[in-house]
Design a protein around this ligand. Sequence first.
Ligand SMILES: [Zn+2]
Ligand SMILES: [Zn+2]
Length: 369
Amino acid sequence: MKIQAAVAWEAGATLSIEEFDLDEPRDDEILVKVEAVGVCHTDDNARLGRLPVVFPIILGHEGAGLVERTGRNVAKVKPGDRVLFTPDYCGKCEQCVLGGTPYCDQVVPVTFIGTRPDGSPRAHQDGKPVRASFFGQSSFATHSLVTERNIVPVQEGAPLHYLAGFTCGVQTGAGAILNAMPVHTASRVAIWGTGAVGLAAVMAAKASGAAEIVALDRVGHRLALAAELGATAAIDTSGQDLADVATAVVKLTGRGADVALDTTGNPLVILAAVQSLATHGTASVITSIGAPVTLSPGELLLKGRQLRGTMGGHINPTVFIPRLLDLHAKGRFPVDRLVKNYPFAEVNQAIADSLSGETIKPVLCLPGG
Ligand SMILES: [Zn+2]
Ligand SMILES: [Zn+2]
């Protein structure tokens, strides 16, 4: 079928919305009319060739929409159902079987190569193949092909124009706090960087009842929102020496942070996040892109601290997203506060506004969505 989709023809090229031929759904595939799709820094890192994608590729990995048609082996959904897309995974390796799908052994090919597992492309233009399985979805498009592995059904009438923002960065921030480094009512938490991932972590820490939630950023309006969403203290780091900022976090919390989350990928911020930790505190990174971190072993050893990585939401999103939706329904995870909607035609502007910090979580609305 004919679709409109935003393609990156080569590394560094501006995304171009063009017509493509999308395959009919195979037996295990689901054709979804995309109604909304979140924009994430990962889309831009892929566009710039900083991730191992193969061009040309249709980007977009936080899609949501209406099931139009299903292959004959699909039982999880039927035409007319509404679904959120999640990052794909192989479903067969040890981590996938254990439920740790973000750590799938095949995460690089499944996420970035952009073809089906058998190597076939899902889309063409003028008979030439175009990669259309970015994160198993390539959802900067009017239609996507997905499978039962990477969808979460949601209620009829669910507000996809902001729920689309749940499925990557938001679950990453929330999962770091709720799944990877669980906090409790006595916990001191420091969130370094309050974009969508960081603000999701703030909301998760608040929902967990953390005693102290320190938000750190260089953008004033993001810190103001962090305070509204539950941060008990906000530190504007602009122009400050990060070692001094780490000392300030220790002072504010009395003993240092038990849990620190770096959302920036900046090696100096990661070092400061570690230096802000209490004894036995844990800091986590959530991005694979960034310069090497220089860290004296003593920063970890002398206080028994840990520095770790947390991928995705740390557990299978088809389990985790419904938990977040439940928290959202109870008013304890107000993701809608982060979202600004853009028409699909403004995909490049939405990416630019995300990168500049102007918009915390852009979500594109597709025609008819
Ligand atoms: Zn796997
Ligand atoms: Zn993402």
